[in-house]
Ligand binder design. Structure first.
Ligand SMILES: [Cu+2]
Length: 116
């Protein structure tokens, strides 16, 4: 019984380590769901560890995805994504990110640019 508990605890500790090794999004500016009056020139993504975006797209009002180029190729915990000039509308920024452990994770955030 004691053995089972120790092994169980060890497995829990191990899985916690694996989870922490993924590049998780901790913060985004603008944050997911934000409504902004001025189109952002950049979206800044903060991850739980140094990470690299392998791909990134922006999509307006469920239209075609536009690929974002000029992404940093050096891993960093904070990544600034250059955003093309945006008109008023609803946007989805989506990406694929790879962290230290080599796992590629998808992510996305939504924001709205209001006319002014
Ligand atoms: Cu991972």
């Amino acid at each position: 019984m004691r053995y089972v508990r120790i092994v169980g605890g060890l497995l829990l500790a191990l899985s916690a380590t694996v989870v922490m090794a993924h590049a998780h999004l901790k913060k985004a500016v603008p944050a997911d769901g934000t409504v902004v009056g001025t189109a952002p020139a950049n979206v800044v993504l903060s991850f739980s560890e140094p990470a690299t975006l392998t791909a990134c797209w922006i999509q307006k009002d469920h239209g075609a995805r536009q690929k974002i180029t000029g992404l940093a190729t050096t891993p960093a915990p904070q990544i600034s994504v250059p955003i093309p000039k945006l008109e008023a509308g609803t946007y989805v920024l989506s990406w694929r990110v790879v962290g230290d452990d080599g796992h590629v994770l998808p992510g996305q955030l939504h924001f709205t640019v209001t006319p002014h």
